[in-house]
Design a protein around this ligand. Structure first.
Ligand SMILES: Cc1cc2nc3c(=O)[nH]c(=O)nc-3n(C[C@H](O)[C@H](O)[C@H](O)COP(=O)(O)O)c2cc1C
Length: 194
């Protein structure tokens, strides 16, 4: 790859150029009695018609195997204050630690439309619930694309207006690299276009 003058080659670290991006907790049901949840930042809206989301999840992750079985998942939007929890959820695997949830002090509620749990402790800023439409296996060696139909979505009162985040007040957790996180700051309006 050519590097124009004035730029630094990212090499194998190229995904970090696309950061910071929100670091979510993706949660699903239980498999073999072990709840599936993990940190995930390779997650994004896919379409509005129909409303769909997509997540690139590691083939080795316990959470992916649970999602395949349960057919649903929740995307929990976290605040910057919960970076320790999110980081831990991203380095501990339910494959080795059957007690991942209690180890991390995570609590979930099953009062959902999708049928899969949402995180309640630590309390997320918002939740998008989805039912699996398709898991695409043949996109890469290390990840699968999990495509889900959005069936419910809600944000915390006082921070989410029903249409957008109140960016003066909300502090969404964004991942930089490794243990380094950041958050949004300031509100900047683009000029009205012609
Ligand atoms: C901030 C952060 C973001 C992450 N994002 C992703 C991601 O988008 N996709 C992924 O497969 N793994 C991601 N990971 C790694 C998984 O969370 C990690 O492999 C986790 O241990 C899997 O847990 P599980 O085996 O219990 O499902 C991320 C880790 C961190 C710390």
């Amino acid at each position: 790859m050519g590097v124009p003058s004035g730029y630094v080659d990212a090499g194998d670290y190229w995904p970090r150029l696309l950061n910071p991006r929100p670091a979510y907790i993706v949660a699903s049901g239980r498999r073999g009695g072990v709840l599936g949840f993990m940190a995930a930042s390779w997650v994004m809206p896919l379409s509005e018609d129909p409303p769909r989301v997509v997540a690139a999840l590691g083939v080795e992750s316990h959470t992916l195997s649970v999602i395949r079985e349960c057919g649903c998942f929740s995307i929990n939007v976290m605040g910057v204050g919960d970076r320790d929890f999110v980081y831990a959820a991203g380095v501990v695997s339910g494959r080795e630690r059957r007690d991942k949830a209690s180890l991390l002090g995570a609590e979930f509620s099953w009062d959902t439309v999708s049928g899969c749990p949402r995180l309640v402790r630590p309390r997320p800023l918002g939740v998008v619930e989805a039912r699996v439409w398709r898991v695409v296996d043949d996109v890469a060696e290390d990840t699968c694309l999990v495509v889900g139909d959005v069936v419910a979505a809600y944000g915390l009162e006082g921070l989410f207006t029903g249409r957008w985040w109140d960016l003066r007040r909300v502090r969404v957790l964004l991942h930089g690299a490794g243990r380094v996180f950041t958050t949004n700051s300031g509100v900047f309006y683009a000029r009205r276009s012609v």
